[in-house]
Design a protein around this ligand. Structure first.
Ligand SMILES: C[S@@+](CC[C@H](N)C(=O)[O-])C[C@H]1O[C@@H](n2cnc3c(N)ncnc32)[C@H](O)[C@@H]1O
Length: 372
């Protein structure tokens, strides 16, 4: 069952890649790339795509992201001491488990619920570390560990941090097995947002609304405006129209499992810093991994496979320095691997516009300018 958007009073919560992929950046708005890289549409949810981690293509994408792997490698080296016991939550191909063994871990429990666990076993065997790494196939929620652990490592971040809905299982593992004084990797993840100019989004929305071949395809534009667009590699520092603001902050030691299961909610006000056109709201994460090691997909940072997320507006809007943009955003954990998002935006004196990934494509009409 899908999680409802529950009201929350928490507000701000305490809590390169080396792929030559111009074609990927250019075509990410299309479905082709999602299929190619292992995303699939959630049944009955026209605007929600979820990574299918049973597919090797998803893991190829992550493993080729050397910025990501290097950040984890450094953090694991800083955290794991010889003889440590480590839990790898959502181990995938067991890359983090292998890095933990390299760092001196005596035992690693690699928990993975998707069929990629079979590949993990092969990788472990080829590296001759079967003695040190035990693959536990199943959901973290349903497995048992024979002993407490010194370190928990997990790559649970979606494009803007919490959106892949993997945080709660990681925290459950912490509550059940992390020793007192044990270490979490990453230690803290913040999500950030700023109004952006997204040239590809602008161009695509214009196309859908241009009656190509004499056919009214504006429904496609209406539907696109209800999707959180992922992998926006072309949205860089030069695309930002205001100072970024923090959406929320997740402390891996402090955040409770219950909090991780509730919607993440933020209200932000931006003041535009230059004349331009706003086509959406860009979002990304900043992860403090361990002892100064940072992993981020922020605009201007080293390229990663995540790119940026963009929450589209209905249409591109002209802005100038001083234009106020108010945003209400909710990211609600939903099914395994995905969340629903709802965002309302007011640009200057224009009426609020409202977006919701759960909205059925047939219900989109007349959503521009609808009051809250
Ligand atoms: C982002 S991938 C990371 C894979 C691998 N750790 C890496 O860094 O390449 C997250 C993995 O977590 C797994 N996963 C998601 N929810 C899980 C759960 N509740 N229990 C165990 N594994 C889970 C997914 O199947 C996926 O392989």
């Amino acid at each position: 069952m899908l999680a409802p958007f529950l009201p929350s009073e928490r507000g701000i919560r305490s809590q390169p890649w080396n792929v030559s992929s111009n074609w990927l950046s250019v075509r990410l708005l299309g479905r082709l790339v999602f299929v190619e890289h292992g995303y699939s549409q959630v049944r009955g949810e026209p605007s929600v795509f979820v990574a299918d981690y049973g597919q090797l293509s998803m893991h190829r994408l992550m493993l080729r992201d050397c910025v990501r792997t290097e950040a984890y490698r450094e953090a694991i080296l800083a955290a794991v001491r010889p003889g440590d016991v480590v839990l790898d939550v959502g181990a995938g191909t067991a890359i983090m488990s292998l890095l933990a063994v390299q760092a001196g871990a005596e035992k690693v429990y690699a928990v993975e619920c998707a069929s990629i666990a079979r590949v993990a076993r092969q990788v472990i065997a080829r590296n001759a570390v079967e003695e040190s790494i035990q693959v536990l196939e199943g959901k973290l929620e349903s497995i048992e560990l024979p002993e407490p652990v010194d370190v928990i490592v997990s790559e649970w971040m979606g494009c803007y941090g919490v959106d892949e809905n993997l945080l709660a299982p990681v925290l459950l593992g912490r509550d059940r097995w992390l020793k007192s004084g044990g270490i979490m990797i990453p230690e803290r993840v913040d999500a950030w947002m700023a109004p952006v100019w997204d040239s590809a989004l602008h161009s695509d929305m214009g196309f859908w609304r241009s009656c190509p071949c004499g056919v009214d395809l504006s429904s496609i534009a209406d539907g696109t405006a209800q999707e959180v667009l992922l992998g926006r590699h072309h949205v860089g520092e030069e695309s930002l129209l205001a100072e970024p603001k923090r959406l929320w902050s997740t402390d891996a030691y402090e955040c409770s499992v219950e909090e991780a299961r509730l919607p993440f909610v933020a209200s932000l006000s931006f003041s535009v810093t230059r004349q331009g056109q706003v086509s959406g709201l860009g979002a990304w994460f900043h992860a403090d991994m361990r002892q100064g090691v940072v992993l981020t997909n922020a605009p201007g940072g080293a390229g990663t496979h995540w790119g940026r997320a963009v929450f589209p507006l209905e249409e591109t809007i002209e802005v100038c320095a001083g234009t106020e943009i108010d945003v209400e955003l909710t990211c609600a954990p939903a099914g395994a691997g995905y969340s629903h998002a709802r965002w309302s935006v007011q640009v200057g004196e224009r009426p609020w516009e409202h977006h919701d990934t759960r909205r059925d494509v047939t219900l989109f009409q007349n959503s521009v300018g609808r009051d809250a």
